[in-house]
Write a protein that binds this ligand. Structure first.
Ligand SMILES: Nc1nc2c(ncn2[C@@H]2O[C@H](COP(=O)(O)OP(=O)(O)OP(=O)(O)O)[C@@H](O)[C@H]2O)c(=O)[nH]1
Ligand SMILES: [Mg+2]
Length: 286
């Protein structure tokens, strides 16, 4: 590996993209941290944005929603153990862009470069997976709870009622067709907010299988040439506080009390757990 590598981070709104970048930048800059990819040197560019994200992350404050007009490309110069250098650029895009792509079948020309990157990080927030409700069960439950008046109007279909995995599979198929089809690509699937799902005692592959069976089947079927792997990622280690809601949690205090901020991070690969948030990136560019 050498030169410049474009890695794009894709994911629906609030899937954890900006938090991932914040934790990554903090960790490669933290004194004494030991990661598969490490910080090489500053190159020309604007690090203010990354520094601001990392500062916010360290303080235990949730990231602001990325604004449609506020998309920023960030570039990091990293190196691996063999001192091979790589310049990784990640556009920090708002999830709304991906939602819009799905809902309106529109492709913003400005997103073309992002969407044709040979390596993708796909984030899915493990805490907010919208599961497909079996209609029959749903109806029965509603009736039992007395929520359905006898002759109620059917609820009109709207895009935001669609299950997470339906949107994701469709996005992945769009990435493999038409102008976006550049052939085989690598996909690192990160199930974020892992601290919220780990209590279920399942591996990331098992969560994929049980909570996102349609996505799992799509990827395993090999219908589209993805080389993929799944990780669990807790980029915060737990809940962070929203200053707009005046939140203050004991859990966040505990995270702030850890000796090194990077001790908050958990990257889960099968049964193996580490705090090396660069592992999925290392896999992507190897
Ligand atoms: N518990 C927990 N929550 C997390 C973690 N990582 C992200 N979140 C939460 O997920 C929400 C969304 O995170 P963001 O990083 O802003 O998501 P995004 O994909 O950049 O969202 P947009 O900019 O709107 O597209 C926030 O409320 C975070 O606190 C984590 O490791 N643990
Ligand atoms: Mg964001």
């Amino acid at each position: 590996m050498s030169g410049e590598i474009h890695i794009s981070i894709v994911g629906l709104p609030s899937s954890g993209k900006t938090t991932f970048l914040a934790a990554l930048w903090h960790m490669v800059r933290e004194a004494g941290s030991n990661t598969a990819l490490s910080f090489d040197r500053l190159s020309q560019g604007n690090y203010e944005h990354l520094n601001a994200l990392a500062k916010r992350w360290r303080s235990g404050t949730i990231q602001q929603r990325t604004q449609v007009s506020g998309a920023k490309a960030v570039t990091m110069r990293l190196k691996d153990d063999d001192r091979q250098k790589v310049e990784v650029s990640f556009p920090d895009l708002p999830g709304e862009d991906f939602s819009r792509m799905w809902e309106r079948r529109e492709l913003d020309k400005g997103m073309l470069e992002t969407l044709t990157a040979p390596s993708l990080v796909l984030m899915i927030n493990g805490d907010t997976i919208k599961m497909p409700a079996r209609l029959v069960e749903w109806k029965t439950l509603q009736r039992k709870l007395g929520l359905v008046p006898p002759e109620k109007e059917p609820i009109e279909w709207s895009a935001d009622l669609a299950p997470t995995q339906v949107r994701i599979v469709d996005l992945l198929q769009m990435l493999m067709s038409g102008d976006l089809n550049i052939g085989g690509r690598r996909l690192a699937l990160l199930i974020s907010a892992w601290d919220k799902v780990e209590g279920e005692g399942q591996t990331p592959a098992e969560i994929l299988e049980s909570k996102l069976p349609f996505l799992s089947q799509y990827l395993r079927s090999g219908r589209d040439p993805w080389t993929w792997q799944v990780w669990g990622l807790s980029a915060q280690g737990g809940v962070y506080e929203d200053p707009e809601k005046d939140e203050s949690f004991a859990e966040t205090d505990r995270l702030r009390d850890l000796e090194r901020p990077s001790d908050r991070i958990k990257v889960v690969d099968g049964d193996a757990v580490s705090s090396d948030i660069t592992m999925p990136l290392k896999w992507l560019i190897d």
